[in-house]
Design a protein around this ligand. Structure first.
Ligand code: NAD
Length: 533
């Protein structure tokens, strides 16, 4: 077995050199030469554990060159060979799921069970891509005219790129590269600079599975690397997942440069609870979907819309569950919720609690009361006073306990912005119609859910609501890999959703062939427009 990337050394003694995460280009680790890099933290301790190289425009151009050179042979590789390799990737990811999860917990902070869940959902995309011979089957029409047949093929685009967010460092890359390479493209991944190690681990698994050099590349970096992708005419398509302002920028810049772009943005997911819903079930679902992964999921429930008299008992049932949520380090099996990804993100999330209170929300639970939040911010203060000037001592993890804001209204900052943390908001409305209007008026349209025992109401909701993914008594309706994932409105820029059948369409283009094998003896000049009858 290939020597896989070393596991992050979280126990490295104070003052020891930090691990370095470099690029993966042409089947090898390539150290960055730009002189620019960024810090990678262990969110559970607040300590910097690694640095990640940031590519220059020239380094990205070199990676594109390598990927472009690998394309002709890869697209000519037989479907059965590519399928065999996809099966091997699938098996290696499955076999190494614990190591992948360890990387996720170490740099993102999510708890181990959640990290394993992320790998499992990513595996579904690899399994879908194993069916590539079937997915790429074309169509054939015989005898469209006398002796003329017409058929359609789907062919790969060439070099394609994926730019991914911090919150799913393994699954979102798998959403993209599984279909992209199975269809015969070569791929450049620009992972989030906050948690880059899982991508290099995956690259090594792909190499071990037999993916030829240059077919899958990882180039780390920030806006410089992203802009180099967007401006390079050799990159034919870009898949992006991240926040809405960046998604809009990627879409506009990429399409202006002649690329296909699918850019998935942020979210504000509403869970509508009707008066006839089972309160205990709705409360369990709201708490699980709001606070799982510390709310750092684009499909997290961030707003509960309580209709009519369900509000008081529902808020009481949610509140009653909060003290039982165990917050702690992701690698502690007891923990149900880990820290946030960075100190800055924790502080931004916490700032919405003060704004909510000032603007009239009822703060039912304030995550800053949690002892781990207090320990983390105390350590920050001591660091600012000079106690941690070399960055070598624990400064406290980026923890924030669970928060619940009730009586939120549409004009409040906490509602107008994506918080992306463990803050659940409750909005009270009188009728089902008011609830649908609230959801539809929101600029985001990623996921939404309704909790009810009334099939007619659920059917009406499914018909009327403006969101790309809808759950009926399901709080996080992430589609399985053989459907496609995508939101509406400001949650997606582009025409095709990600992964599944639309992913295959995104990474291929159609070619229609009209063919005739006539007897040369019947040939004649005819300047008329070709007719079929
Ligand atoms: P982000 O937009 O800050 O970063 C995403 C990627 O873009 C990263 O690789 C980053 O390096 C790059 N980037 C950041 N700023 C850039 C800039 N100015 N120019 C060019 N590139 C830039 O997002 P994030 O904080 O990593 O992830 C969280 C966000 O992603 C949330 O908004 C969440 O809702 C969203 N998200 C959406 C989905 C979805 O399917 N719709 C899934 C996961 C996450």
């Amino acid at each position: 077995m290939t020597q896989l990337a070393e596991r992050p050394n979280l126990q490295s003694p104070a003052g020891s050199p930090l691990g370095r995460v470099s690029h993966w280009i042409g089947g090898h680790i390539v150290e960055g030469a730009s002189g620019r890099s960024g810090p990678v933290y262990d969110p559970a301790t607040g300590r910097q554990t690694r640095t990640v190289d940031f590519a220059s425009g020239e380094e990205m151009a070199e990676a594109v060159h390598v990927a472009e050179a690998a394309f002709p042979a890869w697209r000519a590789t037989s479907l059965s060979k590519r399928t065999e390799i996809m099966f091997r990737i699938r098996n290696l990811v499955e076999q190494h799921r614990t190591e992948i999860a360890t990387h996720l917990t170490a740099e993102h902070g999510k708890v181990t069970s959640d990290a394993l869940g992320e790998v499992a959902r990513g595996l579904e995309n690899l399994e879908f891509a194993c069916g590539v011979p079937h997915l790429l089957k074309g169509s054939y029409s015989e005898q469209v005219s006398g002796g003329v047949d017409v058929y359609q093929l789907r062919q790969p685009l060439g070099v394609v790129a994926g730019i991914t967010p911090f919150n799913f460092p393994a699954m979102v890359p798998m959403w993209m590269f599984a279909n992209a390479i199975a269809c015969g493209n070569t791929f450049i991944l620009k992972p989030s600079e906050k948690d880059p190690s899982a991508s290099i681990f995956l690259a090594q698994l792909l190499a071990e599975a037999g993916v030829p050099e240059g077919v899958f590349n990882v180039v780390h970096g920030d806006k410089v690397a992203v802009d180099a992708i967007l401006e390079d005419r050799r990159v034919k398509a870009v898949s992006f997942v991240g926040s809405t302002p960046v998604a809009r920028y990627i879409y506009e810049t990429g399409t202006r440069n002649g690329k296909r772009v699918q850019a998935l943005g942020g979210a504000k997911n509403h869970m509508v609870v009707l008066p006839d819903a089972d309160i205990e079930m709705a409360a369990d679902a709201a708490v699980s979907a709001a606070y799982g992964s510390a709310g750092e999921r684009c499909m997290a429930v961030s707003v509960v819309v309580a209709v009519g008299n369900v509000a008081d008992p529902l808020v009481a049932a949610i509140k009653e569950r909060l003290p039982r949520i165990k917050v702690g380090p992701g690698d502690d099996p007891e923990s149900q919720m880990g820290p946030l990804v960075t100190r800055e993100h924790r502080d931004k999330v916490a700032s919405y609690l003060d704004k909510g209170r000032e603007q009239g929300a009822d703060v039912v639970a304030d995550g800053r009361d949690h002892e781990l939040y207090e320990a983390g911010t105390d350590a920050d203060e001591s660091r600012l006073e000079g106690g941690d000037s070399d960055g070598s001592r624990d400064s406290g993890g980026f923890y924030l306990g669970v928060s619940l804001l009730d009586r939120v209204t549409p004009d409040m900052d906490s509602y107008c912005n994506e918080i992306f943390g463990p803050v659940l908001e409750v909005m009270r409305v009188d009728t089902y119609g008011d609830a649908v209007k609230l959801v539809n008026d929101n600029p985001y349209g990623n996921g939404t859910a309704i909790f009810t025992r009334d099939g007619g109401a659920a059917r009406a909701f499914q018909f009327e609501v403006q969101a790309g993914m809808v759950g009926i008594n399901v709080p996080i309706p992430v589609p399985v890999a053989y459907y496609s994932f995508g939101g509406w409105k400001d949650s997606l820029f582009g025409d095709l959703n990600m992964y599944g059948p639309e992913g295959v369409q995104f990474y291929t283009r159609a070619k229609v062939i009209t063919s005739r094998w006539p007897d040369p003896g019947t040939s004649q000049v005819d300047l008329g427009f070709p007719r079929t009858r």
